[in-house]
Design a protein around this ligand. Structure first.
Ligand code: ATP
Ligand code: MG
Length: 740
């Protein structure tokens, strides 16, 4: 049987890229892409993925990077026996696996005493969260432990269902989509036992609390509570079981998901909370908050004859659950309070404007005069204020939840002191590059994050390649690659970048709107080679683009962003009087989330994009200080089905993940490298002088062996401890000789 693979080259000619008898290698592909003969060919890359996927071989390496295909079915490859197979075994001696990467990282941390991190990326549904759970489970099962540490491992594992309940949702692309980015440090003591953990969370998609696209759901926790909560629990919260009764749950018209049991998951979450250290009272307060968001969604407004807005639904229950005063809440949901500091505000009267008391507030060193102006909200404004409150309550509660989990995972004092010399493995499970039909502020932030990570990836991969060549004493050959710094600068540069311009537009007095932001962008970065709008340089209009869009030419491809909502989302404002009401809540979680200082402090908090930018800067610093490993996840089809390999979809992801670039950098000089002893051990039977044992220097043994095998000088180089082989064919011939 013969096998052929074809590709279309840049001149449009179809040519063969692989041909030969169907050997085992042909059938299952190569387990490391660096061994592909034609490493510049995307077609050969994808063909290799396809063959391995067909054989249920979902893992493949690019050097030390693990590429993982989502099988969309349970494979028998994650058992305890499998974990044992991978313990202490070198990366290349056994088939690629997430356990091999976990084990290698762990051993590198132990032997080199250097902090490690594992960066998991891929688009929604590609298997990032599953991969991170498998890594955690591997450590929980295989690392040395005692009772205390077992309890910590338990808490680490139990934090997952809780975070998923509050931070994940069913989307069109993934039934269990993480709607936040997560970086988790696991801390190990000098014996290699896990002793602590810490989570950083990034940009929760709060807009989902009040709106979901068709076929999508709100965060899982709402449905879990309604389906799984006890009758008397629901009675106390004044909730009915049917999700269709809640406006925040009906937008996507998707109350149930066949692959999810909300009832069972509720039980899991309720069991997990006390393990993580939540008291009964805290759980009750948390339930009150979940219920209050649902009641908030059902709060409706009416419009009076003079345009004033009033609440038409019962509010006492909502106020009780939020732990706030009902009439204050009613007032705050329908009025806005503006404060002018140290200035006189011209007072005039109309049915729509009413002024309240002038209040003096004393500070230690100065006295400011605050004049507070209360204006009624119109109908749309009141709805927006209600939704803003729901998003703020949910978003801040999520942050509190992460803090609470962190307290439970924190190193206890006595362990802290006994764990000197400990090291950390960080796990990053963060949103991949996103291109939707309609891309907004969220996609802008997500794709910016991917630009930053790509920049770091190239920097670190090149650095480690270069370092290895230096330690091995081999001349470094310069690699051509695309440096995406130019795009990062376009987005993040101070005063000139898109984020700065967005902030300025949000702060600028007078009439600003999303379109004025776009105009400002055109004026400032219009000539940038990675920025495009409908305006052409010659003053004409680009027809294919709408006037509300700008396009960024990302490293992974082009994305059009619609500016509608950019200003509001970046501002992320909650009316001052709503904050005032909330910080008086007798629900301790809420009074912790809404601080009095926030109301007193006149300084405007950082805007959303800048906050995100700063948190990304910190993240890249954390990652830069560690030794990185990478898992690149790919999903085979959009239908979430096993056995289907959609080539177009896979090709997109190979591109977005920068895998070809990765392979090129890795293959720049040599396809393959192996330590002398491992190389000798494997191939010594091929040479009478090295068989059965070589007694001289390892390097001499390898040299004797390769001379005997007829390697030409240009095919290999000997470093200080490793042999570097330039072409895969050389290695394959050697392997074939071994099999013969
Ligand atoms: P998102 O960015 O939306 O959070 P994700 O990359 O985290 O997506 P996962 O939630 O990890 O995606 O995976 C989506 C689904 O794919 C899982 O719920 C599971 O059904 C399936 N899946 C992923 N990886 C595996 C695996 N290794 N084995 C079996 N099924 C898997
Ligand atoms: Mg996920």
């Amino acid at each position: 049987m013969r096998y052929q693979a074809r590709e279309v080259d840049i001149e449009g000619r179809v040519r063969l890229v692989m041909e030969g008898a169907l050997t085992a290698r042909d059938r299952v592909g190569v387990q490391d892409f660096v061994l592909l003969e034609n490493y510049n060919s995307e077609a050969a890359f994808i063909e290799n993925l396809r063959r391995r996927f067909r054989e249920n071989l979902i893992y493949t390496y690019i050097g030390s990077v693990l590429v993982s295909m989502n099988p969309y079915k349970e494979l028998e490859i994650y058992s305890k026996q499998q974990m044992d197979r991978y313990r202490g075994v070198s990366f290349y001696e056994i088939s690629p696996h997430i356990y091999a990467l976990s084990d290698n990282t762990y051993r590198a941390m132990r032997t080199e005493r250097k902090d490690q991190c594992i960066l998991i990326s891929g688009e929604s549904g590609a298997g990032k969260t599953e991969a991170s759970k498998k890594i955690l489970l591997y450590y929980a099962v295989t690392c040395p432990t005692n009772d205390h540490m077992a309890a910590l491992g338990d808490r680490l594992l139990q934090s997952n269902p809780v975070l998923e309940a509050f931070g994940n949702a069913k989307t069109l692309r993934n039934d269990n989509s993480s709607r936040f980015g997560k970086y988790m440090d696991v801390q190990f003591d000098f014996r290699g036992a896990p002793v602590g953990g810490h989570i950083l969370n990034y940009l929760l998609e709060k807009s989902r609390v009040v709106h979901q696209n068709h076929g999508e759901r709100n965060f899982h926790i709402f449905y879990q509570l309604l389906d799984g909560g006890e009758d008397d629990q629901l009675n106390t919260l004044n909730l009915e079981r049917n999700p269709q009764n809640y406006r925040y749950l009906v937008k996507g018209n998707c109350p149930r998901v066949s692959s999810i049991s909300d009832k069972n998951n509720w039980k899991v979450v309720m069991k997990a909370l006390p393990v993580i250290g939540f008291t009964e009272e805290e759980v009750q307060k948390l339930l009150n908050i979940i219920a209050s968001v649902l009641h908030l969604g059902n709060t409706q407004f009416g419009e009076g004859e003079e345009g004033e807005t009033y609440i038409t639904t019962e509010i006492s229950n909502l106020a009780r659950l939020l732990g706030v005063d009902g009439s204050a809440l009613r007032e705050a949901l329908t009025h806005k309070k503006l404060t002018a500091k140290g200035e006189e505000v011209i007072i005039f009267s109309s049915s729509l404007l009413r002024f309240s008391v002038v209040r003096c507030t004393c500070f230690y060193w100065a006295v400011f005069m605050f004049m507070q102006m209360i204006t009624p909200l119109n109908f749309e404004q009141a709805e927006a204020a209600r939704d803003a409150l729901a998003k703020a309550v949910y978003g801040r509660t999520f942050t509190w939840l992460v803090e609470k989990i962190n307290q439970s995972l924190a190193l206890k004092d006595e362990i802290y002191h006994s764990s000197k010399g400990s090291s950390v493995i960080g796990l990053l499970d963060i949103y991949g590059f996103e291109v939707l039909q309609h891309n907004s502020f969220e996609q802008f932030c997500i794709n910016y994050c991917n630009e930053k990570l790509q920049q770091l990836f190239i920097e670190l991969t090149l650095r480690s390649e270069q370092e290895e060549y230096e330690t091995e004493g081999i001349a470094w050959e310069t690699v051509q690659y695309f440096d995406n710094k130019i795009i990062c600068d376009l987005i993040e540069e101070k005063h000139k970048g898109i984020i700065s311009i967005l902030d300025e537009e949000c702060l600028r007095p007078g009439e600003t709107c999303d379109v004025s932001f776009l105009e400002k962008l055109e004026d400032t970065v219009g000539g940038h080679p990675h920025f495009v709008t409908h305006k052409l340089a010659n003053g004409k209009t680009r027809r294919v683009m709408s006037r509300e869009e700008f396009r960024l030419l990302h490293y992974a491809g082009e994305v059009n962003y619609n500016v509608n909502g950019f200003l509001d989302k970046n501002n992320d404002l909650l009316n001052r009087n709503l904050k005032e009401v909330m910080c008086q809540s007798d629900n301790q979680i809420l009074s912790h989330c809404f601080r009095r200082e926030e109301v007193i402090d006149q300084k405007r908090p950082e805007m959303a994009a800048t906050q995100f930018k700063n948190s990304l800067m910190k993240l890249t610093e954390i990652l830069r200080s560690k030794e990185p490993s990478y898992v690149r996840c790919i999903k085979p089809n959009d239908a979430k089905q096993p056995g289907r390999f959609d080539e177009v979809l896979v090709r997109h992801q190979v591109k977005y993940l920068g895998l070809m670039e990765n392979l090129r950098v890795r293959r720049a000089g040599f396809a393959y490298r192996r330590r002398f002893e491992a190389f000798l051990q494997r191939y010594k039977p091929l040479c009478p002088e090295t068989w059965p044992n070589w007694h001289g220097r390892l390097a001499d043994g390898v040299l004797t062996l390769v001379k005997h095998l007829g390697y030409k000088d240009e095919e290999y180089k000997l470093g200080r401890s490793k042999i570097f082989i330039r072409f895969p064919k050389t290695l394959f011939n050697t392997e074939d000789a071994l099999e013969a």
